[in-house]
Ligand binder design. Structure first.
Ligand SMILES: Nc1ncnc2c1ncn2[C@@H]1O[C@H](COP(=O)(O)OP(=O)(O)OP(=O)(O)O)[C@@H](O)[C@H]1O
Ligand SMILES: [Mg+2]
Length: 294
């Protein structure tokens, strides 16, 4: 993968991909909120089969606005969006919610049923599953996120982290083709955060589900993503593999982001040792190998 960098002065850049493997295509989409705020502007973005793509950008850069376009919750003021080759802007795509599941940044936007189990069963029941099948699917999803012990609780009384786990379970239980998670690890302790990380990798590897993540946690993004999209002022500013993007320090600075800790430690190590920092490790294992090799 090579870094593709948008030129802010020229026309928007929409990558041309293998259409066969493309699940979502956002073509120069803009969204202006009713109060005049720009949510996204000339946004060009795509998701391919079986990939994890991370949207990384500062507060207010448009990550959540983009995610809310992916299942038609918001529609663009300009530009178009297609899922599985069918336009959602013209209404050609029906049943979009079956294909694209969104875990919202604010869990309160998602939880509404009287108990956690009812909440997680709601999606599967809506898909037409029997009560028994919906219960099994819900229990599997709750177990996968480490929240099986919460089934009888009122969603309102859950902690912020527990609400997030239950929200993720509610989407998993429907087994969509694409799952978009908005800040999936915020509010979670390191153990639950690690479980979500493991789960996301498993969803991709075992079930072939494509994942979109919006996150400020660049270490998490570096460990988990196949592709990083830097979001700046409502558009994708640059994209590439984690090793490419996270070692481009000027690019990160222009996007108002700080490099992941692994990158900072590796660069400091190389500087102190007087060696060329040319290996670009992005996981602990890669850094140990890089330092050992030197
Ligand atoms: N419902 C809304 N009404 C008006 N403006 C909005 C609304 N939602 C978002 N915005 C504006 O759209 C822009 C993009 O916001 P968005 O929430 O998409 O950013 P974000 O990258 O997800 O930020 P964060 O990292 O803080 O979650 C911001 O300027 C924000 O103020
Ligand atoms: Mg957001």
């Amino acid at each position: 993968m090579t870094i593709i960098r948008a030129d802010p002065k020229s026309i928007p850049h929409c990558s041309h991909n293998d259409k066969e493997s493309e699940l979502i295509h956002v073509d120069c989409a803009s969204h202006i909120y009713p109060d005049g705020s720009v949510g996204i502007h000339d946004m060009c973005f795509y998701v391919q089969k079986n990939e994890i793509v991370a949207l990384c950008g500062p507060n207010g850069s448009g990550k959540s606005t983009l995610i809310e376009h992916l299942n038609g919750l918001l529609t663009p003021s300009e530009g178009s969006i297609a899922v599985n080759g069918k336009s959602i802007t013209t209404g050609e795509h029906t049943g979009l919610w079956r294909d694209v599941g969104i875990v919202f940044q604010r869990s309160d936007d998602q939880l509404f049923a009287p108990t956690v189990l009812d909440d997680v069963m709601f999606g599967p029941l809506n898909l037409g599953m029997s009560r028994d099948a919906a219960r099994t699917s819900a229990m599997e999803a709750l177990a996968a996120v480490g929240a099986a012990d919460l089934i009888g609780k009122l969603p309102n009384y859950l902690s912020g982290g527990q609400k997030r786990l239950v929200s993720i379970a509610g989407i998993l239980a429907m087994k969509p083709k694409i799952i978009a998670l908005d800040e999936p690890t915020s509010d979670l302790d390191p153990v639950h955060s690690g479980m979500i990380e493991h789960l996301i990798l498993e969803l991709k590897q075992r079930f072939g589900i494509s994942i979109v993540i919006a996150t400020h946690d660049l270490d998490f993004a570096a460990r988990i993503a196949d592709r990083i999209c830097l979001v700046r002022k409502g558009s994708i500013y640059a994209e590439g593999s984690p090793a490419e993007i996270f070692y481009e320090l000027p690019l990160l600075q222009e996007t108002e982001l700080k490099p992941p800790q692994i990158v900072q430690i590796y660069l400091t190590f190389c500087q102190k040792m007087g060696i060329v920092a040319d290996l670009h490790p992005i996981t602990i294992e890669e850094m140990m190998a890089a330092i050992h090799w030197k």
